[in-house]
Design a protein around this ligand. Structure first.
Ligand code: GRF
Length: 196
């Protein structure tokens, strides 16, 4: 049965667009829902243009704790019969309870060659450390931030006169190739590591 995919975003949603387009073209899964935790996420409009249903659930607007936020998310995922979640620039850490429930069915893309540079500001730290290469990683999401099983990695070079913006756009370009390819393999049940 074709897997139904939800993509979680918080911002520009460029990875979401790459994922949706690849699913629409290659039909290895069905792009079913785009969920944002930010009402002003630019990606929401891009999803609408792509004719993908969208929902916005802002934690601040729900009285109480994160569990209410996640319960609201879970309800939407059940409404849409979602099988797989792709985090794509979703800037909120999900609880252990949520992550455990979705174990083996939730992926993330991170802008570094994990296990190096877990967390935020990866490109800044890559520059400070005078790295010669960096890249991006698609991994399974587990309780420990950015530490789940690595499914795919792509490298990009760092040039002597580079700055954060240049590295960011070079990495992003690779992300748009890596995430769809890795999701495709994942949906087909293939476990070989994708290297680009
Ligand atoms: C990407 O760099 C991704 O690796 C990180 O957040 C950024 C999202 O960009 N997790 P976009 O919203 O997909 O354009």
């Amino acid at each position: 049965m074709t897997k139904k995919v939800a993509i979680f975003i918080s911002g520009s949603g460029s990875n979401m667009v790459a994922l949706v387009k690849s699913m629409q073209t290659l039909q290895f899964a069905l792009p079913t829902l785009v969920l944002s935790n930010k009402r002003d996420a630019i990606g929401l409009n891009k999803a609408k243009d792509l004719k993908i249903p969208t929902v916005c659930i802002e934690a601040e607007k729900l009285a109480g704790c994160d569990l209410n936020f996640e319960a609201a998310i879970q309800k939407e995922l059940e409404n849409f019969n979602i099988d797989i979640i792709c985090l794509a620039g979703f800037m909120r850490v999900l609880s252990s309870k949520f992550v455990d429930f979705w174990q083996g069915k939730i992926l993330n893309i991170h802008p570094s060659l994990l296990p190096k540079y877990i967390g935020l500001n990866t490109h800044e730290r890559v520059l400070e450390n005078h790295e010669e290469v960096t890249g991006c990683t698609v991994h399974e999401v587990t309780r420990k931030l950015d530490c789940g099983r690595i499914l795919g990695q792509a490298t990009v070079p760092i040039f002597p006169d580079d700055n954060v913006e240049a590295i960011k756009s070079r990495v992003l370009e690779k992300e748009h190739m890596l995430y769809p390819k890795t999701l495709e393999q994942f949906c087909l049940g293939r476990s070989d590591l994708i290297i680009m």
